[in-house]
Design a protein around this ligand. Sequence first.
Ligand SMILES: C[S@@+](CC[C@H](N)C(=O)[O-])C[C@H]1O[C@@H](n2cnc3c(N)ncnc32)[C@H](O)[C@@H]1O
Length: 213
Amino acid sequence: MVRRTELARDRFYIRAKEEGFRARSAYKLKEIEAKFRIIKRGDTVIDLGAAPGGWSQVASELVGAHGVVISVDLQHIEPIEGVVTLRGDITDQESTIKLLKDALMVHGLHGRGNDSAAAAAVVLSDAAPKLSGNRAYDHYRSFELSKAALGIATALLKPGGNFVAKIFQGEYYRAFYNAVKDVFHDTRAYTPKASHKRSAEVFVIGKGFKALK
Ligand SMILES: C[S@@+](CC[C@H](N)C(=O)[O-])C[C@H]1O[C@@H](n2cnc3c(N)ncnc32)[C@H](O)[C@@H]1O
């Protein structure tokens, strides 16, 4: 757990305030982008577990005026220019996929044929459970969110698409990493400098979604 006083001294927190980002986590995505080149101009990006919207702000800057960012969270996300914000529970994969397909259709973003599946270039997930303080339990719940994000990515990414998902380290970390490795050509794990030192979080990055047979 990070205390308020620690946050106040935190250089990423201060920078986020100064630069107009809603969350210091924006700098985690910026570091990931600088290292792995995930998002291109004109891309359609899906951001899962997106509130309050720091990652969506960064993604929106990267895709530019010809791209689209569609964000989902359990909580309300205050409107962000260029971002479609939706409310949903990503562990209910079926409903989230339907919600996202409908949003893609509305924006005229079709994949193969007239289906809005396979329309997204990038799926991001910074989703995290409310921390209970029990590391094993928190890890398992984070694993469930990451697995759900991977299921949604598999349904909506076009071949060659990219994926980033946060997971807390623990027993099921390797299983999740291997599941990403199965469906992407290049899989890496990365912890940005902006992650709190005592945090167990790691980001699994999949590049080049394999075409489904
Ligand atoms: C660390 S915050 C995300 C911060 C965000 N990337 C940003 O830059 O503003 C984690 C988010 O995951 C969301 N979340 C947790 N469980 C979720 C679920 N089942 N479905 C959707 N969102 C979820 C939380 O509501 C929370 O807003």
